[in-house]
Ligand binder design. Structure first.
Ligand code: PLP
Length: 475
């Protein structure tokens, strides 16, 4: 196979990424193009099969709301590398801060010879997370590691062992977090035995709650409280860990009242209430943290993904007396709070605050949600539309009155978007949720262009499912 050189065809691959990349969708080749296909072929012989991929398009540069692939195609990014590059890919402030830091030192290990950046990130987290109580933070490398450490800290502080988690939860892929994650395939299947003392509770899932969405939050909370009291014993529970909006589980916004009621129960029962805000944190949902939507103040909060503009960093933040429970040397890790990642986080947090990215996230929701609701009006296979801010999704079902999840259709919808140069992700225990996570800095024309591509993709799906095709959307 000959691989056309984009430079030779006058396309030219950009030498750098960042916000100055042209913010436009542009396809020169089919998706994936020849260079991506060549890399995909190389990958088969080098990379373990278990590492999945959403679309086999290989990145060359990225910035703002686009990813430019190795064939010179400019794709609209509605994925942000899974809610990571909220401040934009290769954001100027982040790139400069990292350059400056790595020019001085790349690593010393905070546990050997510490440095200021780590402290500054902890101060920022203590300031930004909900609640005015005295707080402490500790830094790690990944979301899973943060969740594991939150459980360690809660156990150390309470002297109890059990951990309560929820249906459709996703907390990571390490042994303890696999036990906490709900979905078997592909996350858990074949990887057990799992850590003990992890108990799964019903989630207030409005779309599928038997008595309907209005009573869901309250009824589900009472059910959880009963189960914790009667079947685990509240006095055995160290921590209740919950995503304020579930991420991989399908962008499920729990029924109103569910989170506050559980938080209140935990306070009374001496259970550490942990909000896993790894995906929802850092302005993604229109507030700095998603638990703010219902005024919930967690005891501990785990963060990662959006924290550092694409560099690996994670944190646990919470009440000083809980955070300070573990013995000296009990928390840490070689790379946790790496100086380059800390520099990136400080720059990213600065951008989130100074550019009011929470406001941008709300605006994205105001634009995207009506468009998704319009899709639900138009197509009976769109069962539910949900989310907050720049974390919104469509749940796809069989249609014609049948609300069974339709994973095959969802995969086809994602593929139809990908072919058009729109990066979207799927999610959900049944793989039937199409989720949108654009960078918070995405320009409005590009956001609208992406939503137009989504419309086209759905029109194509509908035409394939039940000809004659429905009317094309206006605009
Ligand atoms: C992604 C995610 C994790 C795991 O984070 P990693 O950095 O992939 O280990 C944990 N919790 C939630 C809510 C997540 O979305």
């Amino acid at each position: 196979m000959t691989i056309p050189n984009p430079a030779a065809t006058g396309i030219g691959l950009p030498a750098t990424g960042g916000p100055r990349l042209p913010q436009e969708p542009r396809l020169h080749t089919e998706i994936p193009g020849p260079r991506s296909r060549a890399l995909a072929a190389r990958r088969v012989g080098a990379v373990a099969r278990g590492v999945g991929e959403t679309l086999p398009v290989y990145a060359h540069a990225a910035g703002g709301g686009v990813v430019v692939d190795v064939d010179g195609n400019s794709l609209i990014d509605f994925g942000s590398g899974i809610a990571v590059v909220s401040v934009g890919n290769a954001a100027d402030g982040v790139v400069e801060a990292v350059r400056e830091q790595i020019g001085r030192f790349t690593h010393t290990c905070f546990m050997v010879t510490p440095y200021e950046g780590y402290i500054a990130v902890c101060e920022a987290l203590n300031r930004l997370t909900p609640g005015t109580h005295e707080k402490r933070s500790a830094l790690f490398n990944s979301g899973a590691e943060a969740v594991e450490n939150a459980v360690k800290i809660a156990r150390s502080a309470t002297g109890r062992g059990a951990v309560v988690v929820f249906e459709h939860a996703y907390h990571g892929r390490t042994n303890l977090t696999m036990a906490m994650t709900a979905k078997s395939m592909p996350y858990k299947s074949g990887f057990g035995p799992f850590a003990p003392e992890v108990y799964r509770m019903p989630l207030a899932y409005p779309y599928r709650w038997p008595t309907g969405p209005d009573r869901c939050g309250e009824e589900a909370a009472e059910r959880v409280i009963e189960l914790v009291r009667d079947e685990i014993g509240a006095a055995s529970v160290a921590a209740m860990v919950i995503e304020p909006i579930q991420g991989e589980g399908g962008f499920i916004v729990p029924g109103t009242g569910f989170l506050p009621r559980l938080a209140e129960f935990c306070t009374v029962a001496g259970i550490v209430f942990v909000a896993d805000e790894v995906q929802t944190g850092f302005a993604r949902t229109g507030t700095m943290f998603a638990c703010e939507h219902e005024g919930v103040v967690p005891d501990l909060i785990t963060t990662a993904k959006g924290i550092a503009g694409g560099l690996p960093l994670a944190a646990v933040t919470g009440r000083a007396e809980i955070m300070d429970a573990p013995q000296v040397g009990g928390l840490g890790g070689t790379y946790g709070g790496n100086p380059a990642a800390c520099a990136a986080a400080l720059a990213a947090i600065d951008l989130i605050e100074s550019e009011d990215l929470a406001g941008r996230a709300r605006r994205i929701g105001e634009i995207a949600l009506p468009r998704l609701h319009a899709l639900r009006e138009r197509y009976d296979f769109v069962g539910d539309v949900r989310g907050r801010g720049a974390m919104v999704a469509l749940e796809l079902v069989r249609g014609a009155g049948d609300d069974s999840p339709d994973k095959v259709l969802t995969a086809a919808a994602a593929a139809a978007c990908h072919r058009r140069g729109l990066i979207v992700l799927t999610a959900g225990t049944w793989g039937n949720v199409l989720r949108l996570l654009p960078p918070l800095v995405i320009e409005e024309p590009l956001l609208l262009a992406g939503l137009d591509l989504l419309d086209e993709a759905f029109a194509e799906l509908a035409a394939r499912r039940q000809p004659p095709s429905p009317a094309r959307p206006e605009g």
